[in-house]
Design a protein around this ligand. Structure first.
Ligand code: FAD
Length: 490
């Protein structure tokens, strides 16, 4: 292996950044070009550091990406966000990508019961919380009167919970709902309808702390909090294309196809921890037989938990094995191209069917010629993630015909699936105690990633928050302000 020594090459005018020990700009290396790493790289560059972002794959965006299939741009999975996802929306602004997303003016989720074809809606009015949901709940046809009343009582009880209370982390949401009088049908038709999509677990498999966080923030904080947003262009146009442009403009050196293989520190104290002021070096494989060693005052490790465990220098976190105890959960996406329009709204959620949520991806994928492209987003898909395509086709096409009458008799032009086996960390009871914060015992090394301790489930919001948290800690240790204000505002 050839090893070349190189330094970063940001193109800020000299003097724009604070001086490092021994003169010159402070150097940061961010490992991982998902939303967490991209956020950290931007925040550090904005504060005047010379930043190199190194990403193993040939593109940025991490788990929220697109690929080409013939003439189509396909997202690996439907990604939605809520209006309360303030950090992700800050990120969209920072990469100048607001024009590539759509946000509903008012929460409106159509819910079809496949068993009887009945359409209900979860929506909101302009009334203050919690009355904003009252009218929609009162009319929700998929629950009995008694069940609807019980939902109101459980929502009020949820409102009184503190999601950050460690005692909630060990309790499962399903048992809590049962103890609050929620029937199996109520859980299926309401709590899991929202919870499975946001937590990537059914109520029985989810930590009450995370569930309380999602429902309190999304449904019980502000009337507009749960308005739904989604990309109206391929995810890659946002998280790779626009992000690259923003990083270039900020002077960040981006290394793609460049896997970090080691982090070393030059001043290791007797207890194995890098002494303050010591510099670090990140070794990156930039191609077959080629590597670079990147010196850094600050390293942000923004890779999934298993990879982070493999890269963390010894002693950098107290109990690194905890990272390996954070489980993962899969998401399956089923993509169907019909020869005609079968869905007459941007999305629909389903009950009484294995189908969970169906999204219209026609315009964003670039499909032309009068057909329609729908994508089924199947969260907590442990039982299906490894099924053969033919089996999934036999399962889902008839279900779509049950749900969407216009699909009956329509020709299927293409059918394919995307499988993300480790789409998110599993939000299981107890996971909160395993998620580390951004600070390690090495004062120049920080952790980021949707799986770190942000209080949020594994979402784009959590990823961006983690990148902001890590960069804020790094800047504060250098005596520099971090002035984006997003974390404080939320
Ligand atoms: C199918 C699917 C659907 C989803 N739906 C939603 C949704 O609707 N709403 C929502 O908010 N969230 C959703 N998510 C979750 C969301 O995509 C993630 O939480 C978020 O993108 C994670 O970002 P991250 O930066 O923390 O991690 P990642 O995206 O995993 O980024 C880590 C990056 O590090 C790189 N890397 C790893 N090792 C190295 C190394 N040694 N050197 C250099 N680079 C390395 C990886 O290649 C990767 O690019 C979904 C995820 C999936 C998979």
């Amino acid at each position: 292996m050839t090893t070349t020594q190189s330094s970063t090459s940001g193109d800020r005018p000299s003097g724009a950044a604070p001086a490092a020990h021994g003169g010159g700009q402070r150097r940061a290396v961010v490992i991982g070009g998902g939303l967490a790493g991209t956020t950290a790289a931007l925040a550090l560059a904005d504060a005047g550091l010379r930043v190199t972002l190194t990403e193993a794959r040939p593109r940025l965006g991490g788990l929220a990406f697109s690929f080409r299939r013939g003439d189509l741009s396909v997202d690996n999975g439907q990604h939605v966000f809520l209006r309360c996802c303030t950090a992700y929306q800050w990120f969209l602004d920072r990469i100048a990508a607001r024009d590539l997303v759509t946000v509903q003016e008012r929460l409106d989720v159509p819910v079809v019961d496949a068993d009887n074809g009945r359409l209900g809606r979860i929506g909101r009015s302009a009334l203050p919380v919690p009355l904003h949901l009252a009218a929609s709940l009162a009319r929700y046809p998929h629950l009995s009167l008694r069940e609807r009343a019980s939902v109101g009582r459980a929502a009020l009880a949820l409102r009184g919970l503190d999601p950050a209370d460690p005692a909630l982390d060990g309790v499962d949401f399903g048992s809590w709902l049962t103890a609050r009088g929620q029937s199996g049908r109520t859980v299926e038709a309401l709590w899991d309808l929202v919870g499975v999509a946001t937590l990537n677990a059914t109520a029985g498999d989810a930590s009450l702390g995370l569930a309380a966080m999602v429902f309190k923030t999304g449904l019980l904080s502000d009337p507009a909090a749960a308005d739904i947003g989604w990309a109206s262009a391929p995810l890659g146009d946002l998280h790779d294309g626009r992000a690259r442009t923003a990083l270039d403009a900020a002077g960040v050196r981006v290394l793609l196809r460049s896997r970090a293989t080691a982090i070393t520190a030059d001043r290791i104290a007797a207890d194995g921890i890098t002494a303050a002021g010591g510099s670090r070096e990140v070794t990156v494989e930039t191609g077959p037989g080629r590597a670079e060693r990147l010196p850094a005052d600050v390293v942000v490790l923004a890779v999934p938990q298993r990879e982070a465990h493999g890269l963390l220098p010894e002693g950098a976190v107290e109990d690194p094995e905890k990272l390996l105890r954070i489980g993962t959960a899969p998401i399956l996406n089923v993509h169907v191209i019909y020869d005609r329009q079968v869905l007459d709204r941007p999305f629909v959620a389903a009950l009484g069917s294995p189908v969970q949520w169906v999204f219209d991806r026609t315009a964003s994928s670039g499909l032309t010629g009068g057909g329609q492209y729908v994508a089924l987003s199947q969260s907590a898909a442990q039982d299906e993630i490894d099924l053969p395509v033919a089996e999934l086709r036999d399962r889902y096409l008839p279900e779509l015909e049950r749900l969407l009458p216009a699909a009956r008799g329509a020709e299927v032009r293409d059918f394919f699936v995307t499988r993300e086996r480790t789409a998110t960390f599993a939000p299981a009871p107890g996971v909160g105690a395993l998620r580390p914060g951004p600070v390690t015992r090495d004062p120049g090394l920080y952790l980021a990633g949707a799986w770190t301790a942000t209080g949020w489930p594994a979402t784009m919001e959590s990823a961006v928050r983690s990148g902001l948290q890590a960069s804020r800690e790094a800047l504060s240790a250098l005596g520099l302000p971090s002035d984006n204000g997003v974390l404080e505002a939320a």
